[in-house]
Write a protein that binds this ligand. Structure first.
Ligand code: SF4
Length: 174
């Protein structure tokens, strides 16, 4: 029997209550429609690195040439703990035979090119990748990635699915 294609996904998109406010961002198309065809591998960087639910919201701050993950109100820097967790998680994900990853848009941990990055004074500076999604794409650059907002666009969705199948054929021969 043919194995189901495995894709990573930000856990909150499957309806898991892992967001900073205790809620989720369930995407019915991903959870129900694609969930019948694929095997999702849910990942929530913020809770899996040890942060609680609920928790203080965070943002990305560019400081002294590096991008830091910092709580918005109290200014606690969670970057180091997150980076240690990311290193361990990526070693595991490298062996998981993922054929793609769907990230949560605009998140400081999971966003793909659209996470807001601020100055140390909280002034918006630019858009970039989330702290986890950026490391994931650097480590596994051939794996197709998208975010749930862009996947609402039928042509983007079609293109993503084609890239997922092409990746599986080329790299995994499943
Ligand atoms: S966006 Fe990422 S870090 Fe935030 S709740 Fe969803 S899975 Fe967790």
């Amino acid at each position: 029997m043919e194995k189901r294609i495995k894709l990573g996904i930000s856990s909150c998109l499957l309806g898991e209550n892992v967001r900073y406010d205790g809620g989720h961002k369930r995407d019915n198309y991903l959870a129900d429609m694609l969930g019948r065809l694929l095997e999702w591998v849910p990942v929530c960087p913020e809770t899996e690195c040890g942060l609680p639910v609920p928790r203080e919201a965070m943002r990305l701050v560019e400081r002294d040439g590096s991008t830091r993950l910092i709580t918005i109100e109290s200014g606690i820097d969670h970057t180091d703990g997150m980076l240690i967790w990311i290193e361990k998680k990526l070693k595991k994900l490298e062996k998981d035979n993922l054929c793609g990853f769907v990230f949560k848009s605009r998140s400081p941990s999971c966003g793909v090119t659209d996470a807001e990055i601020s100055s140390p004074y909280g002034i918006f500076t630019k858009y970039g990748d989330g702290i986890f999604s950026g490391k994931f794409m650097n480590r596994l650059p051939a794996i197709p990635v998208e975010d749930e907002e862009r996947l609402h666009e039928p042509t983007v969705r079609e293109n993503f699915i084609e890239r997922v199948f092409a990746y599986r054929k080329r790299y995994l021969a499943l």
